[in-house]
Design a protein around this ligand. Structure first.
Ligand code: ADP
Ligand code: MG
Length: 252
């Protein structure tokens, strides 16, 4: 699905006054592409994803999905939140089938598909266990399977790997970008990790400090068809890293 963000601005009203979170953000996400948003903490990244997911209305601007506006949250758009939000009182199996269950679509076909994903992720043996018996990486994969279980066309991923240690993070992010590409989903990932952005994406949108404005859009044509891990070894990787680092204007 193609997504067009047109002049999105967002100002929150709070008891302390107005908070301008986003200013005039415009970019396109092509069908089947993987776009990553990087920006400093508090610049409006999560706000932008919740607007795209239809959970919040922007103050101005509009979003088109294949040329159409959506008036309510759509099942075609799946949000994988920053915390895995697995329920301890449900088994892994019942956690990953939560979406279909809520929608009354817990069909044998869906169950077979979810079973296949669990097998692919070496999680079949954990299906009857509670989330607390899984490692951080396994939980993250379950959260992805839960998002995929409703078969969204668009995946919105909000800092999905931030709870993982560095090694696991590398493995899980490579893994997840692999699945997203194999299943031809359109994906929009939020991160503040420049390396992660370069390793996974077709395009990187750099946002400024709050209010988030588009500072630059990088198209990663030279990395096309190169896997997440292999990209990290290329010299172009270091060059792009330094460029984005400069744009983020990180103060230490
Ligand atoms: P990021 O995900 O980039 O860290 P957020 O989108 O969470 O940033 O927040 C952007 C800004 O908007 C922050 O200053 C935050 O405090 C503010 N904000 C987010 N949600 C609300 C809300 N519901 N009410 C008021 N201010 C909010
Ligand atoms: Mg956030």
């Amino acid at each position: 699905m193609r997504i067009e963000l047109k002049n999105i601005s967002m100002t929150y009203q709070s008891p302390e006054g107005e908070v301008e979170a986003l200013r005039d953000v415009s970019f396109d996400v092509e069908d089947g592409s993987f776009v990553t948003i990087v920006g400093p903490s508090g610049c409006g990244k999560s706000t932008l994803l919740s607007i795209i997911a239809g959970l919040e209305q922007p103050t101005s601007g509009e979003i088109l999905f294949d040329g159409q506006t959506l008036s309510k949250p759509s099942e075609k758009i799946g949000l994988m939140p920053q915390r895995d939000q697995l329920f301890e009182w449900r088994t892994i199996w019942r956690n990953v089938l939560l979406g279909p269950e809520i929608r009354g679509e817990n069909t044998p076909r869906r169950q077979a598909e979810v079973g296949r994903l669990l097998a692919q992720y070496a999680l079949t043996g954990f299906a009857k266990k509670p989330p607390s018996q899984l490692s951080g990486g396994m939980r993250q994969r379950c959260a992805l399977i839960r998002t995929l279980a409703v078969e969204p066309e668009v995946l919105l991923l909000d800092e999905p790997f931030s709870a993982l240690d560095y090694q696991t993070r590398l493995a899980v992010s490579a893994d997840i970008s692999g699945i997203i590409r194999k299943t031809h989903k359109t994906a929009l990932l939020v991160t503040h990790d420049i390396s992660e952005a370069i390793s996974m994406s077709d395009q990187i949108v750099v946002l400024s400090h709050r209010p988030g404005e588009v500072r630059n859009i990088h198209t990663l044509d030279s990395f096309r068809g190169v896997g997440a891990m292999e990209r990290r070894g290329l010299s172009a990787f270091q060059e792009l890293f330094r460029e984005i680092w400069g744009e983020l204007d990180v103060n230490v």
